[in-house]
Design a protein around this ligand. Structure first.
Ligand code: GLN
Length: 529
């Protein structure tokens, strides 16, 4: 029988439910249970693809091309499983399907209502995701906070799911504020959020209290009393240096045991030794390397979460302590000093991005890296702008550009190809998901991956214009990877210390224990290893 773990949040959003869900997945997987995770997002967007990363953080791309919430990235990194677009259920997807069915006459004349039609649809989607994965245990994280209007149908659906399936564990993650002036841990907002849950018929089985400092026994007892639980079912997720420590601190408190007990499954001591090793390597890394990340949404670091994590994974592998600085591309356009500062880093990454703002700044950063033999990695837009830079400054095509930036450029070295031109919709219409890349033997890209065929995930609309490829190669650009249609996937310059750019997003497949070869290669070169 399939078991379900439902994770709700209280008091504040961004309280770290995603990390708790991912940690739960890791612990259960380490007990040899097969798990899958589902993120429920109560917003009306059909997927995260149309949302501004500045407001909502990174759009995480799944192997099958889903544009999903960044929590799916946590799940994949912690649990090392491959998720699908079915693993992200949004209110948009649910309502879209309910309305489609209504129009198709599938409700046979009934009045279509939130209960039962929307809630049934939610349960169907949860069960579909389970079937698709074949997992024994499904962990469902409900986005937002208990009490949000949009979240209600989802909470109701999980309440019904518990009734229908049995063996469902509800875990409530809520903040406990630490008042510095008095040193007190204030539990009242948490008590209220649990009351709100109970009002709609859900009694949580486990509380994970998020707080700056570990909960003392007295506070645990108080939380237990007010939430109708035993103190041993209240856990403390206090601030740690590294998110990857969270499953370990929960395990130390016996969270894994409580979980198996609530689910009615056998407890097997989880083997987390490799994970502990990884955490130790990150924390004890010696040698420092300084990397500049040049992009546009740098104010919200979550916009590039997977890249940040990929750097942590590769650094741990190499024993490096990587310090990253977020550089706002636009500042490089006007501030000469900012460009000078950039040259003092051990390596530069030009980040993915969309639109004209900051593009010229990124091009300046690329020029600096190319001309000064600075380790360089260009990701997606970073590859496209590397081609623009090379076309302008080496090939001599002064006005070369991407048509995304200048639709009327004389030299559209990066452009939309005909099959993308006819697409009018915005959502879900890019080149998305894992795609085959054929690497050229003898190149840097080939050496890094150690094989000639790789699959990396994509999320982009523009391509290096095939009409310019010969010219670019004639001037020394090496195309080291192509798609099966011959589109440019990797470029490099053999006489450069390390200059690699890719149309793909290798960051999405990086895992703590399986770092991306691209990030390893880049950091190794940056550190001079
Ligand atoms: N804006 C570019 C495109 O759509 C690059 C996208 C990206 O960096 N993810 O092709």
């Amino acid at each position: 029988m399939v078991k379900y773990v439902i994770i709700t949040g209280g008091v504040l959003s961004s309280v770290g439910k995603g990390t708790i869900a991912a940690s739960t997945g890791l612990l259960l997987k380490s007990m040899n249970y097969s798990v899958t995770l589902i993120k429920i997002d109560p917003y009306l967007n059909v997927d995260a693809g149309t949302m501004n990363p500045y407001m909502h953080g990174e759009v995480y791309v799944t192997e099958d091309g889903g544009e999903t919430d960044l929590d799916l990235g946590h799940y994949e990194r912690f649990v090392d499983i491959t998720m699908s677009k079915y693993n992200n259920i949004t209110a948009g997807k649910v309502y879209f399907e309910v309305i489609r069915k209504e129009r198709a006459g599938e409700y046979l004349g009934q009045t279509v209502q939130i209960i039962p039609h929307v809630t049934n649809q939610i349960k169907d989607m949860i069960r579909d995701a389970q079937k698709h994965s074949g997992a024994e245990i499904v962990i469902i994280e409900i986005g937002g906070t208990v009490g949000d209007i949009e979240g209600l149908p989802f909470l109701e659906a999980t309440r019904e799911l518990a009734l229908e399936e049995g063996n469902v564990a509800f875990i409530h993650v809520a903040l406990i504020e630490h008042l510095k002036a008095t040193g007190e841990l204030k539990t009242k907002p948490l008590q209220h959020s649990v009351q709100e849950l109970r009002r709609i018929g859900i009694q949580p089985h486990i509380i994970v209290a998020r707080s700056e400092i570990p909960l003392d026994e007295e506070t645990k007892r108080k939380v237990a009393l007010y939430t109708n639980l035993r103190p041993e079912h209240v856990f403390s997720s206090y601030d740690v240096d590294l998110v990857y420590e969270v499953p370990l601190i929960l395990k130390l408190q016996g969270y894994d045991k409580a979980l198996t007990q609530k689910l009615g499954i056998e407890y097997r001591s989880p083997d987390t030794s490799k994970w502990e090793d990884f955490v130790r390597r990150v924390k004890n890394a010696g040698r420092t390397v300084r990397i500049a990340l040049v992009g546009k949404y740098t104010k919200l670091k979550d916009s590039y979460l997977s890249i940040k994590e990929a750097i942590i994974h590769a650094s741990a592998h190499l024993g490096l302590k990587t310090e990253i600085s977020w550089i706002e591309a636009e500042n490089l356009e006007t501030d000469e000093n900012a460009l000078n500062v950039l040259s003092s880093y051990n390596g530069i990454i030009v980040l993915p991005g969309f639109g004209a703002r900051g593009a010229e700044g990124k091009i300046k950063a690329i020029k600096l890296a190319r001309e000064n033999n600075l380790s360089f990695l260009g990701i997606c837009f970073g590859l496209q702008l590397s081609v623009v830079e090379f076309a302008r400054n080496v090939v001599g095509l002064k006005n070369a550009n991407s048509t995304e930036i200048d639709p009327n450029t004389l030299h559209p070295v990066v452009t939309i190809l005909d099959d993308q031109k006819s697409v009018k919709e915005v959502g879900g219409t890019m080149r998305l998901g894992a795609q085959k890349i054929i690497l050229k033997p003898g190149t840097l890209a080939y050496r890094l991956y150690g094989t000639d065929v790789v699959y990396e995930r994509h999320r982009h609309r523009y391509e290096v214009n095939p009409k310019y490829v010969d010219l670019l190669q004639k001037h020394g650009m090496v195309i080291s990877g192509v798609s099966d249609k011959g589109l440019v996937e990797f470029i490099e310059f053999p006489d450069h210390k390390f200059f690699l750019a890719t149309q793909a997003h290798p960051e999405f497949k990086s895992r703590p224990l399986k770092p991306s070869p691209v990030f390893i290669g880049f950091l190794k070169a940056a550190a001079g290893l």
